[in-house]
Ligand binder design. Structure first.
Ligand code: NDP
Length: 331
């Protein structure tokens, strides 16, 4: 038996509970898995919160064990790259959506999905980073690959006090960029400055409809918000600057014009963590293990147990959770 969160749906009814499941139930639900992992830590990302609160169609199979992220130790493996005792990280691939996930003490996963845990981090740190942090790293890599360097100017980070935003600020500041953090929570300004933000701006400055071309300011943008915020960010990017878009916390729409792209050569790069190829995942995790100050990760992380994960989901969707939440699945 193992402890897990469990999502069920029948008719119009939905329930999210903590319960004991059997290994037989897990095996029956995951017939194509080839690695069994003893999960030590999972986390709550925005998508997990949506699933736990049944707020959007994240879960595509019922019943479901949620948890798009997990870190732990391989118990048994039929996959050539992994053996019992290996420490591994799982992010995405539809886990916690269409395949039973990691808000549980045990998961059966595909070896092709797993990243070997870098030697200098443990399961707790890996899940303090989680998909949010790994996505922030993918966004930084997207800017770097288009040649964005600190000498070109400031980087705007939106949704700054959230998980993606917090890790993005810490990463960019450590790489030498001048970071401007956009937040709706003025009371988190000290937190954002401690992470490395040089300036904190009110997100209201970006969230209303704006002109197609505005005063050029940003060399690059990491946007977790979408909608008017993303449109305004694009309109404020300097000639040949780059925007990495990964989120929709403010809306799924993009009410923009082509002006910044065709008149200023701005690039809008989409960042997806779920199906991201293994080569980029490995690079991202190697960089996260090396480029992120452990003290900064501690600063942004709250560790909770499985029951708290259920309680925190609506708070996260209301934009009230700061930084990252790691879940100790044995608590
Ligand atoms: P969090 O909930 O931790 O942070 C989101 C932040 O967005 C909030 O803290 C808040 O920041 C801001 N925000 C919330 N609501 C609004 C609003 N209505 N208008 C403007 N800003 C708002 O989530 P994550 O950081 O984990 O994820 C951020 C986004 O990125 C989500 O949309 C998520 O789905 C997406 N994502 C995408 C991934 C991908 O693969 N593309 C992977 C991971 C996440 P503040 O209080 O500072 O204003």
């Amino acid at each position: 038996m193992f402890d897990a969160l469990y999502l069920e749906k029948s008719g119009d009814g939905f329930s999210a509970t903590r319960r004991l499941l059997t290994d037989d139930q897990l095996a029956a639900a995951t017939p194509d898995a080839d690695v069994t992992v003893r999960i030590e830590y999972s986390t709550i990302n925005f998508k997990d919160a949506l699933a736990l609160a049944n707020r959007s169609p994240v879960v595509r199979r019922w019943p479901m064990v949620p948890g798009i992220d997990g870190a732990g130790v391989v118990e048994s493996s039929a996959h050539p790259r992994f053996a019992a005792g290996d420490r591994v990280i799982l992010n995405g691939w539809g886990v916690g959506e269409s395949h039973w996930g990691c808000l549980a003490q045990r998961a059966r996963l595909k070896g092709d999905w797993l990243v070997a845990m870098p030697a200098d981090i443990d399961a707790r740190r890996a899940m303090a980073i989680g998909t949010a942090g790994y996505t922030a790293m993918l966004c930084v890599m997207a800017l770097e690959r288009r040649g964005v360097v600190p000498a070109q100017g400031e980087i705007l980070v939106t949704g700054a006090a959230g998980g993606v935003g917090s890790v993005a600020i810490a990463l960019l500041a450590r790489l030498g960029f001048r970071v401007v953090a956009s937040t709706g929570r003025a009371n988190e300004a000290d937190y954002l400055r401690a992470l490395g933000a040089a300036e904190v701006i009110d997100r209201a400055a970006l969230s209303a409809p704006g002109k197609p071309l505005q005063k050029e300011r940003w060399a690059g943008v990491i946007d977790a918000v979408g909608s008017h915020t993303l449109a305004n960010a694009c309109a404020q990017v300097r000639y040949r600057g780059t925007v990495a878009a990964c989120g929709l916390a403010g809306g799924m729409d993009l009410p923009a014009t082509v002006a910044p792209f065709i008149l200023r050569g701005v690039a809008l790069i989409g960042v997806d963590s779920v199906m991201c190829p293994m080569e980029d995942r490995r690079e991202a995790w190697k960089r996260l293990a090396g480029d992120l100050d452990p003290a900064q990760i501690e600063r942004i992380t709250t560790v909770v147990g499985l029951d708290d994960a259920l309680r925190l989901a609506p708070e996260m969707l209301a934009g009230k959770v700061r930084g990252r939440v790691a879940v100790d699945v044995n608590r």
